[in-house]
Design a protein around this ligand. Sequence first.
Ligand SMILES: [Zn+2]
Length: 56
Amino acid sequence: MMEKNKITEPEKVSCEVCFKEIPISEAQSVKATDYIMYYCGLDCYEKWKKQAEKPE
Ligand SMILES: [Zn+2]
């Protein structure tokens, strides 16, 4: 196996809300208590935020 032109794939993370895979460089990240959460965009971040704020 010889791969001279190996393309280095960007590291991917999955969105915390919709579980879509996104390159880490494009992800919105929020540092939570113990770990970092990723979102594909502000839409998902807002969704998560609203959920988190609702004490049910
Ligand atoms: Zn998402």
